[in-house]
Each structure stands twice: as structure tokens, then as C-alpha cells.
Design a protein around this ligand. Structure first.
Ligand code: DX5
Ligand code: ZN
Length: 226
């Protein structure tokens, strides 16, 4: 369990892009804490999403933080563009390049919160030496690239270990992939405080379902046993 505040972060990758603005406004009104913004390049991951100009357009629709998850390589040439487009936190993958520390420094130098993500096969030791350089640690519970995948069970144990590694540092612990109201409680007990959810919030793209789904996730994440 964690003393960090619970944050529900809908992934707009699952939005209906033909009415993206309406989706953002609906999620905002439905109680989203953060907006999780997935950036994919068709190189680091086998899918392409959108870039900083789309992000800049939707940024003005809400005052809630944009939690930007970069699944791109190389990273460094694009960090400034996402900062300028209104990212509040910028998360880079430990696997995406040889100079993770440099990328994290660049993010903080731009005044943004820095995050690092690790894929299911990446050991926690990959981020052990950058713990003082991050504000957020994202443990992937799917292989990145697509929404709608099933949570990889081994991620739960990895999250427990990540929570122990983070200790009392002011680092948010985030999970991404296959998060539902059914596993949110166990994830919270393992130490997660930021819950990314695409399909389990936006599936079906019926805006009337967003508030009850966000509430269900929040309730599940909040009812942890001591
Ligand atoms: C996938 C993205 C996720 C994705 C999660 O690479 O990083 O944020 O949108 O989708 P769900 O919640 O459907 O697994
Ligand atoms: Zn993501």
C-alpha cells in the first residue's frame, strides 16, 4: 500500500479520435486526475499514435496534468517539443536509448516532471541508479504499443519490488496496461498510486460511462487493506 494520493489517469489512446475534444472534456468532467498521453513512433513500438501538435490542440481543453508516455526512439530530439506542447510529466523508456540519465536531466531542465518506464522484461536494476532523477516510475504491465491487452500477472510482484526500491522518495508509482476495477485494489496494495486505464474507462466510447468507471477504479484503489 502507499501513502501517495490515488490518481486515475485515462489513456486517451482509447478515445474516439474523430471527436477527441469531446472525449477530453467528458473525461475531465467525469473525474480524471491526469490525462495519460501515449506517443508511439512505429519504431520503438509497433504502432503510431500522434505527435506534439495534436497534443497541443487538446491541451487547452483541460487544466488537469498531462502525463506524457513517450514510446519513441530516439527520445532526446523530441523532449522540448512535448514540453512546449504542454506536458506536465514526461516519461521515457529505459530501453529506448543508451543515455537515460541525459534524457531525464533534459526533462527536468525544461521544468517538467521526469518519469521512467520499464517494459515487462526489463529488470528494476535498470533504473536503480536514476532514482534521484525521477518523479515517476512507470511499470508496464503489458508490452507497449496497443491498448486492450491483458495484464501480465508477473508485473504485480515487480510492482511490490519497485515500491520497496522507491521507499520514501517522492516518486509516484504508476502502472499501465490491462488495469481494471478488478485488479486496482491489488495494485494499490502493491504500491501503485497512478492508475493508467484505457479500455476499462473508454471502452465503447460512451461518455456517460466514464464517471462511473473512473469512480469504480478509484473506489477499488482506495479500499486497500492495511
Ligand atoms: C500502451 C499504452 C497504454 C494503453 C493502455 O502501450 O501505453 O497506455 O493505452 O491501454 P489499456 O488500459 O486498454 O491496457
Ligand atoms: Zn501508456
Amino acid at each position: 500500500m502507499t501513502s501517495r494520493p490515488i490518481r486515475i489517469a485515462p489513456s486517451i489512446l482509447s478515445a474516439d479520435f474523430s471527436r477527441l475534444g469531446e472525449e477530453i472534456r467528458a473525461l475531465d468532467a467525469a473525474g480524471a486526475d491526469y490525462f495519460h498521453v501515449d506517443i508511439m513512433d512505429g519504431h520503438f513500438v509497433p504502432n503510431i499514435s500522434f505527435g506534439p501538435s495534436v497534443m497541443q490542440s487538446i491541451r487547452k481543453l483541460t487544466t488537469k496534468p498531462f502525463d506524457v508516455h513517450l514510446m519513441i526512439a530516439p527520445i532526446d530530439p523530441y523532449i522540448a517539443a512535448f514540453a512546449q506542447a504542454g506536458a506536465d510529466s514526461i516519461t521515457v523508456h529505459a530501453e529506448a536509448g543508451p543515455h537515460l540519465h541525459r534524457s531525464l536531466q533534459a526533462i527536468r531542465a525544461l521544468g517538467r516532471r521526469s518519469g521512467v518506464a520499464i517494459n515487462p522484461a526489463t529488470p528494476l536494476s535498470a533504473i536503480e541508479h536514476v532514482l534521484d532523477d525521477i518523479d515517476l516510475l512507470l511499470v508496464m504491465s503489458i508490452n507497449p504499443g496497443f491498448g486492450g491487452q491483458t495484464f501480465i500477472p508477473h508485473a504485480m510482484e515487480k510492482i511490490r519490488q519497485a515500491n520497496a526500491l522507491v521507499g520514501n522518495r517522492p516518486i509516484e508509482l504508476e502502472v499501465d496496461g490491462g488495469v481494471t476495477a478488478d485488479n486496482a485494489r491489488a495494485l494499490a496494495e502493491a504500491g501503485i498510486n497512478v492508475f493508467v486505464a484505457g479500455t476499462s474507462i473508454l471502452g465503447g466510447n460512451d461518455v456517460t460511462t466514464y464517471a462511473p468507471r473512473i469512480a469504480a477504479l478509484r473506489t477499488a484503489a482506495s479500499t486497500i487493506s492495511a
